[in-house]
Design a binder for this molecule. Sequence first.
Ligand code: AMP
Ligand code: GLY
Length: 441
Amino acid sequence: MRAPMTKILLIGSGAREHAIFKALLRSNESPEIQVFGSTVNPGLSGQAAAYTSGPMTDPEAVVQFAKKSASDLAIVGPEAPLDAGVADALVEAGIPTAGPLKALAQIESSKGFARDLLQEYGIPGSPAYRRFTSLQGVDGFLAELNGHFVVKADGLMGGKGVKVSGEHLSSEKEALSWCREIVDSGSEFVIEEKCVGPEFSLFTFSDGKSVVHSPLVQDHKRAYVGDTGPNTGGMGSYSMPDHRMPFTDESDYRAAAEMNEKTLEALASKTGSPYRGILYGGFMATADGIRLIEYNARFGDPECMNLLTLFEGNFLAAVRGMATGTLDPSSISFRKEASVCKYLVPEGYPDSPKKLFPIDLSAVADCRDLYLGSVDERDGQLLAAGSRTLAFVGTGPTLAEAEAAAEALAVKVPGPLFHRPDIGTSELVQKRIDLIKSLRG
Ligand code: AMP
Ligand code: GLY
């Protein structure tokens, strides 16, 4: 007898969720996909069985939609609904959910919680840090760190809460005034040791017992070529055919994987609940091993587009397995190819982006590996909505081929958009390799 069709609710409506949507569609069970997003993304709405746009951080609204749609499974894309307790509400309503409960999602929503957890459970790889609720003691700790510090506002800040010495803060005086700004806004903050080295991401699929690690991926946060310009949500990312980074060795990979595993165990022990979803470790390869820079409770954007383009297991089975505590590691595998993701963003992004201009995809012959992000649709016309707009993924047996494939697609879209042609090129990768060589000798 055929199993009944899964009705899966996807929460979120960006390019990451478009990648999740496409991966679910490919999973040979033909699920019915329902979407609760913050916007109407035509990449998803065109094929969704049900679609609503509304407050994704309102657990009641999400549960109401899930009940009306008779959802029997859910996956949460972005962090804000997790922090708002959307997974808790769905689980309470009897809908197994891939996406951690609010208490577990604190690993992302509170930087202080994350550092304390690593310390309490003796998990190595976390830099020296201290939590503050006022300016008391800040002077002394900054002096201890001897000019190498990072100040992080606690809470979900959309990437805007972190300032690094030598990059955003040129003196201890500037650090103090940033701390004062945070305190005045009613938040707490963490000061930690600044680490030096190339960054990479490792995603771990977890059902609370079993884990499967993803290939390593590297994101590019700066807006402009050569890692210059303002910080963004991420302009693009690449991964390698061997699923490692060109600047990591096997002990870096093992250390990162172990750290994710130990953190999942610590979270379960601390909260009494299993972690069901994706744990995203943001790491740095330093002179003496890896350091954990941050944890997130979800897939990365853009890294998700690399991973799910390469995904060749049964993604629906993986989601169901995470959500119900029955993860079968054989449902997850990734093609041994390179991938490059390049985001097209509006001119002026991130500070003053152009908005609501038409997007012309007519020259893009193959939209299979195109993911729509911040877009809108009016009278059948696709419009750019002001943030990261279109993500193109190229894959191939080598990084050069994947890069060329992504670049060939990205240049096909006219209009006031820009992207980073350097992402995935050998010149940029060589800079990472040179950096790690200079650090490790
Ligand atoms: P986070 O939101 O914690 O990932 O921080 C954003 C970015 O700030 C990271 O991707 C790093 O580039 C940088 N950063 C955060 N923490 C540190 C650290 N301890 N040392 C050096 N850079 C850091
Ligand atoms: N890749 C950055 C993020 O998803 O937070």
